[in-house]
Design a protein around this ligand. Structure first.
Ligand code: GDP
Ligand code: K
Ligand code: MG
Length: 295
């Protein structure tokens, strides 16, 4: 038997745990996580390499009905991905069961040729007795190769999932060198870490109205890295909240982001954050392009 490799899309409603699963498999944080929907905006590729196979996972932004141009972009990325992959992991939340959002995705999977696996995540939150009826319900709703319950958070049954998945990967080369875990540049992951902290620390419309731009990254002596970045927001009132009383919010975002960035780079990090208003940036084609939302 030769070496196997392939591309695997992870899809599912917002918050089912797609990014958590990816980070768990990769064993390193490359995708940001939060309890807010639409946390992931771009396609994130995570690479997991063993002696027998290379799995290239694609964490897609959630499939949902778009409300603005940025939403259009996200949905398109997700739908294009489905027809280009060797396998699809359709992830659901064991605790929430079946809902409208799941049906919307099941409809989109109807004409897809790639093998589809139903991944029932967050089993740590339910009693085993609740699991079987949910699995039975889904059996009728789609054509799944296998149904695999896991807990991405606690790491349960992930090994089995990888084992099963390997059977479905075609023979192929190592597309990426063993030590590479993602196709995204460091700079992108750093701005994502900053965005994650804003997501985790703010509420209502703020999490979705911001993006983060890297202005400068400099490696200096003694393994230190100096970073300047700007948080872009849509309105002046949001800027006030992001900075906070006596700069408290921005300081907090910066402190938490710095810890993640230091772990990523293995360096001491100095992080300087700014906040800037760009009215209605999510609906402006040119602005979206400038901030990296390109097909
Ligand atoms: P995504 O939107 O599908 O990428 O979901 P995230 O990975 O961002 O996770 C959404 C929330 O669910 C986060 O608060 C995670 O900590 C939580 N979560 C993810 N997987 C599990 C799991 O297996 N068990 C539990 N209890 N929580 C989980
Ligand atoms: K999320
Ligand atoms: Mg995500």
């Amino acid at each position: 038997m030769g070496y196997k490799s392939g591309f695997i899309a992870i899809i599912g409603r917002p918050n089912v745990g797609k990014s958590t699963f990816l980070n768990r498999v990769i064993g390193q944080k490359i995708a940001i996580m939060s309890d807010k929907p639409q946390t992931t905006r771009n396609k994130i590729q995570g690479v997991y390499t063993t002696d027998e196979a290379q799995y290239i996972f694609i964490d897609t932004p959630g499939i949902h009905k778009p409300k603005h141009k940025l939403g259009d972009f996200m949905v398109k990325v997700a739908e294009n991905t489905l027809n280009e992959v060797d396998a699809i992991l359709f992830m659901i939340n064991a605790k929430e069961g079946y809902g409208k959002g799941d049906q919307y995705i099941l409809d989109r999977l109807q004409n897809v040729k790639s093998p589809i696996f139903l991944i029932v995540n967050k089993i740590d939150l339910v009693h085993p007795d609740e699991l079987l009826p949910l699995i039975d319900l889904y059996k009728d709703k789609g054509n799944f190769q296998e149904i695999i319950p896991i807990s991405a958070l606690e790491g349960n049954n992930i090994d089995r999932l990888l084992q099963v998945l390997k059977e479905y990967l075609p023979e192929g080369p190592k597309y990426y060198p063993e030590e590479q875990v993602t196709d995204h540049p460091e700079r992108f992951i750093i701005t994502e870490f900053i965005r994650e902290k804003v997501l985790q620390l703010t509420r209502e419309e703020i999490p979705h109205s911001i993006t983060v731009v890297m202005d400068n990254l400099e490696r200096r002596e003694n393994n230190t890295v100096f970073i300047q970045a700007t948080i872009i927001t849509e309105r002046k009132s949001q800027k006030g909240i992001l900075i906070g009383k006596q700069g408290k919010m921005l300081k907090n975002v910066g402190k938490r982001a710095r810890e993640d960035i230091e772990a990523l780079l293995g360096s001491k990090v100095y992080l300087e954050l700014w906040v800037k208003v760009k009215e209605d940036w999510r609906n402006r084609e040119s602005q979206l392009y400038e901030y990296g939302f390109r097909q």
